[in-house]
Design a protein around this ligand. Structure first.
Ligand code: HAM
Length: 428
């Protein structure tokens, strides 16, 4: 066939479409998240997808995510803007700007939305991806760390995921972090010649980031590097122990991961990740992660308040569910589908269609259908539970034939009580 019109355009690299046969899973995942977050006392916050660049590009943030992977641009007014690569910084910017700390001692916030990172796409790694996350700002109580980790843990349980573990570590307070940083500098300096060029630079600026370098992952000096635990001072050690005690008390199963440092620079004290240990899941097995941050609120111009949070990657949650063969029930399948042949019958079908919906039944009909056969095929394809059949006989007798698609049983009832009949059959 000769091509007419324009050329088809593909989606941008690293992005994906959520098609109609998949979108209900996203809606259900969000619904489950919202329900659980409400149980835990979190309220939603919606911040812009883009922010002034300085929200993310801060002196103290030298992670790859911020130095290499952001989408930065100038708008027509020459403002320098960045598409958010994560949720935390924007939420804290809003927390400070709107002085949320005046209303409550502790703000428990959650968000669901897209983020953007210029990464090399692969299974479970996209350039636009969805996160749902929380930030609890305003308390230094280690019980809050346990609550936030417990929230992530509860969500995994709620989804029914089994091969998933919570890994936890502590980076300690600022002093402990500095001691750790110094130990890393001393440890890596003699190896600087054999480190990758990025890591040579990191050695000067931020040796912590050498630990999660993708290139030097197997370098002997990285494998044998000191761990944060060796450099925790007494206060940080006690804090961490207290978090663990609370986790035990809440029956949250975790393992201590001495090497875990996370890929962002704002963390202090508790850090944690939720990891999928599912066969064949692939390399991107970190479903979510987070931790405590002591200085971020202050760095973004706010008061000296600590925060703690985490974010789940929603694509990875869905992939993990798929890998464990956990399904979501598709609640969009019709309760009833109209099959109507002849003009009179179609007029009656439209009436019943709207009556069904007014009565909270999911109802549909075939708007392309001509003959009985094609309409009935459409009814079966929609997976409708019941089919209303309307032909000359039904119109003449003011009745509807109702077919149960599961049992194949068919009955003829007065059209006046047709909707009521379905409602009672469905227990609605
Ligand atoms: P993050 O570890 O950078 O932390 O991201 C959290 C989760 O988002 C990851 O575990 C992963 O599931 C998902 N994710 C990250 N990048 C991608 C990608 N390119 N494609 C698909 N999924 C991805 C944060 O973003 C912190 N803001 C979490 C936090 C909140 N810490 C404290 N509060």
């Amino acid at each position: 066939m000769k091509k007419q019109g324009g050329t088809m355009i593909n989606k941008a690299k690293g992005t994906y479409d959520v098609l109609p046969n998949e979108s209900f899973k996203w809606a259900l995942l969000e619904e489950k998240a919202r329900k659980l977050l409400t149980l835990f006392g979190y309220k939603e916050i919606r911040t812009p997808i883009f922010e002034y660049s300085e929200v993310f590009h801060r002196e103290n943030e030298q992670s790859d995510m911020v130095t290499k992977e952001t989408y930065d641009f100038f708008d027509k007014g020459d403002r320098q803007l960045t598409l958010r690569p994560e949720g935390t910084a924007g939420v804290i910017r809003s927390f400070v700007e709107n002085k949320l700390y005046v209303q409550n001692h502790l703000s428990k916030l959650y968000y669901i939305g897209p983020n953007f990172r210029y990464e090399r796409p692969q299974k479970g790694r996209f350039r636009q991806f969805m996160q749902f996350g929380v930030e609890a700002v305003g308390s230094n109580d280690p019980a809050l760390d346990a609550e936030v980790i417990g929230l992530a843990y509860s969500f995994i349980k709620e989804l029914g995921l089994k091969g998933v573990k919570v890994r936890i570590n502590s980076l300690g307070d600022n002093d402990s972090r500095l001691a750790f940083k110094e130990a890393l500098t001393n440890h890596f300096s003699p190896h600087s010649e054999t480190l990758c060029s990025d890591c040579k630079h990191r050695l000067d600026k931020n040796p912590l980031r050498i630990l999660d370098c993708k290139v030097d992952q197997k370098h002997e000096a990285v494998v044998n590097a000191p761990t944060p635990q060796d450099h925790l001072n007494a206060v940080s050690r006690a804090y961490f122990q207290s978090v663990l005690n609370y986790l035990d008390s809440a029956d949250i199963v975790y393992e201590i991961a001495p090497k875990l440092v996370r890929g962002l620079d704002y963390y202090t004290h508790t850090v944690f990740e939720i990891e999928a240990d599912i066969e064949g899941f692939g390399a991107q097995n970190v479903l979510g992660g987070g931790g405590r941050y002591q200085s971020l609120v202050k760095e973004l111009g706010g008061p000296d308040l600590p925060g703690i949070g985490f974010a789940f990657g929603m694509e990875r949650l869905l992939l993990a569910m798929e890998a464990e063969e956990i399904g979501f029930a598709d609640e969009s399948k019709p309760d009833v589908f109209m099959v109507a042949v002849g003009q009179q019958a179609r007029i009656e079908a439209i009436k019943l269609l709207f009556e069904a919906r007014r009565n909270q039944l999911v109802a549909d009909m075939d708007f392309n259908g001509t003959n009985f056969k094609s309409q009935f095929k459409a009814a079966l394809k929609s997976n409708a539970k019941y089919v209303f059949i309307l032909g000359d006989d039904e119109i003449n007798t003011k009745t509807v034939s109702i077919k149960n698609t599961e049992t194949q049983e068919q009955e003829q009832v007065p059209s006046k009580i047709a909707i009521r009949t379905i409602r009672s059959r469905l227990g609605k």
